[in-house]
Design a protein around this ligand. Sequence first.
Ligand code: ATP
Ligand code: MG
Length: 261
Amino acid sequence: MTVNHPIFETKDLVKTYSRQGSSVNALDGVDLTLRSGVSLGIVGESGAGKSTILDILLGIEKPTRGTVKYHGQELDMANRKQMNQFRREVQVVFQDPKTSLNPRMRVGSIVGEPLRSLKIEGDSAQRVREVLKAVGLNPDVVSRYPDEFSGGQRQRIAIARAIASSPIVLIGDEPVSALDVSVRIQILELFQSLKNLLNLTLILVSHDLAIVGQLCEEIIVLKNGQIVEAGDTRTIFTNPSADYTKKLLDSVPTFLSTYPG
Ligand SMILES: Nc1ncnc2c1ncn2[C@@H]1O[C@H](COP(=O)(O)OP(=O)(O)OP(=O)(O)O)[C@@H](O)[C@H]1O
Ligand SMILES: [Mg+2]
């Protein structure tokens, strides 16, 4: 396996949704590559198509046109072995930990769910405790319920569940935007430390350039389903070429002074 081989590669993705007789091009010709070890931020305003890209990468939605390759192969839902491997390797953290955690399940079952559904061998109780520790929670929380926790702690539980299967890609769709500002930084720091510790390649979606800029080496800027700018994070921050990117940057005035290097 070469360093930086493409994990995901999309070609000319188009997604058209029809609604009440009219149709929307949620994606209109998106080419992107996710390379191992090069985390990718996807930014753009509401409705730009960010979540649609994730749905297609995850196989939740089919593209109207275009292809997605994972490790050089198109996903085939009927191929159980490939899908099981894919689900182990690619995990997601959603925006709102209130709705993404089943309130009737204990934390231990929630975090252990991927181990059960993906039939991952080994001591799952031990693994659950291990990942809870890794996200900064006391492993004894296994017997408690999600509503006993704050928003930030719930997001830690969701992250613990996502890393339980030892993924190589961790996807976050606005993973901090539902949280209080003070908690956001802690969760972003957690993403950063897990990224390093577990060698994760991140795909992070946000309407906020500052957030993806902190964690991702590359960025794509999406507008109306099209990529208006793509490339290295530092280049985009210091020398954005699209007016749209400049506008997004103007809304994060504090960022340049805090950007490392
Ligand atoms: N299931 C659907 N049916 C119809 N239209 C949809 C559907 N999902 C998304 N769309 C439309 O596709 C476009 C892109 O939506 P998408 O959710 O990908 O945007 P987004 O960038 O994630 O926005 P946000 O920041 O608000 O989450 C929007 O115009 C949206 O209304
Ligand atoms: Mg979205």
